[in-house]
Design a protein around this ligand. Structure first.
Ligand code: SF4
Length: 481
């Protein structure tokens, strides 16, 4: 007789389902052919409340639109851009316990995890600490580490190539809010100065003369927004660089707009690039960004498996850990099993949400991230157990248990590193210094919150962060310690 042992998490294989888009009044007559067309998806993205109303009809109460408009005017660091594929995963079922319209539907829409980061509203944000006093626009100092425009050289053997500053979808919490997307009333975006072809040429030139770099993350923005022939031309040249051994293409669109990666010309192009990578012994992978299990639909799984069939060595997920989105061990495990079992996507990382302006309501304290890492261990295969990492300014990714010391009263964690970034060549103390990361203030004890109130002028800190002056403020954090 088999004894069933009760576990904190109960694994159950669940079949993926594409939510029925015709439940939205504005898409009642949209055919499957239209839905599966990348062009249709791109031309029907929701970019403002008028377009959202046209899709939702009378499903949502007026208060939601007012809340959304206020956020766009006073808080949003990213413009609104939601592909139909993503909107269709919000409140995905109208059966069972989910109401079909009215106040209860509006509440369900408010509570939806995808809505919470793709359509943030004013009432989501914290009124007491909307931004951390040391939040900054470019919180990871990627621009300071540009070897040439758009090419961040932070780690010794790898670089990040930001080929373009746009995506097919804009996430409210975007780390690259300084550069990516169109400007919002709160944030005037940085503009790349060089012409695209000149920038790509400069990146390739840097890689050719820097043989210590073996790994290139080709990103943006999202590479799905680059015309395929231009991306393929860049990748062809990149694969000719002798020292390059790993190439990873970064695209959230694999989930947000899987239709893009299913277009025959794109699939054929991926197969050509994958064949060249294989013939050179280079590992070509795709990295995507999925935060909740509801986003893993049959179309997303089909797109991921199509890339693997085209010869990509691996498709990996790098999610972002956020309050109210995926901050439960069951939610993370449900997502990871759906990715691994149903879509062939390897769960790889969950990043703690970065310290950009107005992100406090999404951020979690380090201690909670450590608990979640503990709670998800032992269920997935080891190679598919994601690491929860903190991207520590001036350091880079650290596993959450690698923290050196941690003051849980002030929420300050201290970290060390074992390599120099490209801007620390002559910094004798780079490897012995402690680097600080900060928990969201509202998650601290009353004593900790009082400490922050005594030591910071919250109003001027917000202004400084939005003006892009946060980097120098962060550098002076030691003054407070
Ligand atoms: S897809 Fe990535 S780069 Fe684009 S908005 Fe989202 S987080 Fe930012």
């Amino acid at each position: 007789m088999t004894t069933i042992i009760e576990q904190p998490y109960a694994y159950r294989r669940t079949e993926l389902v594409e939510p029925d888009w015709t439940r939205f009044p504005g898409w009642r007559h949209v055919t499957r052919e239209e839905w599966e067309s990348a062009q249709w998806q791109r031309s029907h993205c929701v970019k403002n409340t008028t377009q959202l109303r046209a899709v939702m009809g009378d499903l949502l109460d007026e208060r939601f639109y007012v809340d959304l408009e206020r956020d766009q005017a006073e808080r949003a660091t990213m413009a609104m851009l939601v592909p139909p594929q993503m909107l269709n995963t919000m409140v995905p079922s109208t059966s069972g316990t989910v109401p079909s319209r009215g106040p209860a539907y509006t509440e369900a829409f408010y509570a939806d995890p995808v809505r919470r980061y793709m359509l943030p509203v004013f009432s989501d944000r914290r009124a007491d600490w909307p931004s951390h006093p040391f939040a900054t626009r470019d919180s990871l100092h990627e621009h300071a580490m540009w070897a040439v425009e758009g090419l961040t050289h932070r780690y010794p053997t790898k670089v990040l190539a930001e080929l373009l500053p746009t995506c097919p979808q804009y996430c409210g919490h975007c780390t690259r809010m300084d550069l990516v997307g169109t400007s919002t009333p709160q944030v005037l975006k940085l503009r790349l100065a060089g012409k695209p072809m000149d920038r790509y040429e400069a990146m390739l030139g840097y890689l050719q003369r820097t043989p210590g770099v073996r790994d290139v993350v080709v990103s943006g923005g999202d590479v799905a927004n680059m015309p395929w022939k231009n991306l393929e031309a860049f990748l062809e040249r990149l694969l000719d660089v002798e020292s390059v051994r790993d190439v990873r293409l970064a695209t959230k669109a694999l989930m947000g707009l899987p239709q893009h990666w299913l277009q025959p010309d794109v699939v054929e192009g991926v197969a050509r690039v994958a064949a060249k990578a294989r013939s050179r012994g280079v590992s070509l992978a795709v990295h995507t960004h999925v935060n909740t299990v509801s986003s893993v639909t049959p179309l997303v799984a089909r797109a991921a498996r199509t890339l693997l069939d085209a010869g990509v060595r691996d498709v990996r997920n790098q999610g972002v850990l956020m309050r109210g989105v995926n901050d439960s061990s069951a939610g993370l495990l449900d997502l990871c099993f759906a990715l691994q079992d149903e879509a062939g996507v390897t769960p790889y990382y969950f990043y703690m949400c970065d310290m950009v302006p107005f992100s406090e309501h999404w951020r979690l304290p380090l201690r909670r991230a450590q608990e979640l890492q503990h709670d998800i261990m032992g269920y997935l295969p080891g190679f598919a157990t994601p690491r929860i990492v903190c991207d520590v300014p001036y350091v880079g990714k650290r596993w959450v248990h690698q923290v050196d010391t941690y003051d849980t009263t002030t929420g300050m964690s201290f970290w060390r590193k074992n390599y120099r970034t490209s801007i620390e060549g002559d910094d004798a103390e780079a490897l012995s210094r402690e680097y600080v990361y900060y928990d969201p203030v509202d998650t601290l004890s009353e004593e900790g919150q009082a400490w922050w109130r005594r030591n910071t002028d919250v109003g001027s800190a917000h202004t400084a962060a939005l003006a892009g002056a946060g980097a120098s403020r962060a550098a002076s954090a030691a003054d407070l310690v």
